[in-house]
Design a protein around this ligand. Structure first.
Ligand code: ZN
Ligand code: ZN
Length: 434
């Protein structure tokens, strides 16, 4: 056995990469219409970016980060999520001076050393958006909207379910926190070991526990909505109004929480309902304390992340490799002088061209042309070279005809253009019928 990829790291091969490109292109186009610009931050950051930006008492930081010491003795970490690095870049480059509101997105890999039995990848991919500089409920709604729009656009197998909650603010949370702590202490015997520990470090995080025993024990736990201050109620109310105007259906899930202090007010998840068990495809929320926590000014923000691997499972169409326009079957390598000129002109005109490498029989080359689903083949052997006339072959009808060398490129351009026009007409007619 040769060298294999690292466990939890996966090669993404063609033609699957086509689906990735399609999803990424669609997300980019969507972000542009919402006024988001792309930011690309390094995959590697100083470990403190995540210790501070995600929180030391989280599963991610405690157990899941790829952290190592580099040759200079610095502690570095492969990003387990995108937000902390984006905020670090936002502060370092003083992006808040360029405009009061920054709308940023990024697409790329994240790394978490999760337990392999969960079947999760350790390199996974996310589409991220951050809207910085506004606490207007409209910005919360817009971030939810862009996530919803991208997921709608991919053509869904099954449905989506948007769950929303508000986590309150520093004014109304302490009351909830206090009552929750008392409740947890009184019910500690029903909680798992992890939750008993969380209870002391960060009580809200018990709601993240997936264990049945804990979920049952928490059914009667005090929920934040009974503690919302008037401002928090109003903020959520306006976010929900906007969602209604946009006709984005939602449910309020009072148990939806994030156990980190800088998460405030709006929090949301979008779940896929068509994949058997409900699965979260996108999640996000408001994080008004984060910029300050990472050493920047007091600037509010809201963001979201879409899981690319999960979104791809929802995508309706399997994307195929594109078919080749022209395959050049060359039987005399002396003909390459002409063939390369034709290919150059055709490729510059956007046609997909292929030829064979090395010396192969005509039969083998026509088989290769079929394999790449070539629309036309051009055959050039010794006699064609002598007469300076190539054979053009329609790979569908198997019709063949001769074309002088200096007309080959033009003929192929004309033919493929005609094909495209016929296809376009067909598409229009079909649309009219529908
Ligand atoms: Zn509040
Ligand atoms: Zn638990």
């Amino acid at each position: 056995m040769g060298i294999r990829a690292i466990r939890g790291f996966k090669d993404i091969l063609p033609p699957e990469t086509r689906s990735w490109q399609e999803l990424e292109e669609l997300a980019r186009a969507c972000f542009e219409t919402f006024g988001f610009s792309e930011i690309r931050t390094p995959i590697l950051e100083k470990t403190e970016v995540f210790n501070r930006g995600i929180g030391e008492h989280t599963d991610i930081v405690e157990k899941e980060m790829y952290t190592f010491t580099d040759r200079n003795g610095d502690s570095l970490t492969l990003r387990p999520e995108a937000t902390a690095g984006i905020i670090r870049a936002y502060i370092e480059n003083k992006l808040y001076n360029r405009s009061s509101v920054q709308k940023l997105y990024t697409i790329g890999p994240m790394f978490r050393h999760e337990r392999p039995q969960k079947g999760r990848l350790r390199q996974f991919h996310q589409i991220n958006a951050e809207l910085l500089g506004s606490d207007d409920p409209l910005s919360d709604a817009e971030v939810i909207w862009v996530a919803w729009e991208i997921l709608q656009e991919i053509g869904l197998k099954g449905g989506l379910r948007l769950e929303v909650n508000s986590l309150g603010c520093p004014k109304c949370r302490p009351g909830h926190r206090k009552d929750l702590s008392v409740f947890l202490e009184n019910n500690a015997q029903d909680l798992c070991e992890d939750c008993k520990r969380r209870m002391k470090t960060n009580p809200l995080r018990v709601f993240d526990c997936k264990k049945e025993e804990c979920r049952r024990a928490l059914l009667l736990a005090p929920v934040i909505k009974h503690y919302w201050c008037p401002e928090c109620s109003e903020h959520l109310g306006r976010v929900l109004d906007y969602l209604e105007f946009l006709e984005i259906p939602f449910v309020i899930n009072p148990h939806l929480v994030r156990g980190l202090d800088y998460y405030q007010r709006t929090t949301f998840e979008i779940k896929a309902t068509g994949l058997g068990a409900q699965d979260t495809v996108a999640a996000g929320g408001r994080y008004d304390g984060l910029v300050e926590l990472l050493g920047g000014p007091k600037i509010p923000g809201v963001g979201m992340a879409i899981g690319v691997e999960r979104a791809l499972l929802l995508m309706e169409s399997e994307v195929e490799e594109e078919a080749t326009d022209c395959y050049f079957a060359v039987l005399d390598r002396d003909a390459m002088e002409y063939v390369l000129k034709w290919m150059k002109e055709l490729r510059q005109n956007g046609l997909i061209c292929e030829t064979s490498y090395g010396k192969k029989s005509l039969k083998a080359q026509l088989r290769a042309a079929d394999r790449v689903r070539a629309r036309f083949s051009v055959i050039v052997g010794e006699s064609e070279l002598d007469e300076e006339e190539a054979i053009l072959r329609d790979m569908e009808t198997h019709e063949q005809w001769q074309v002088p060398f200096d007309e080959v490129a033009q003929e192929l351009l004309k033919k493929t253009l005609e094909e495209e026009e016929v296809e376009a007409k067909k598409a229009v007619q079909e649309e009219e019928r529908e």
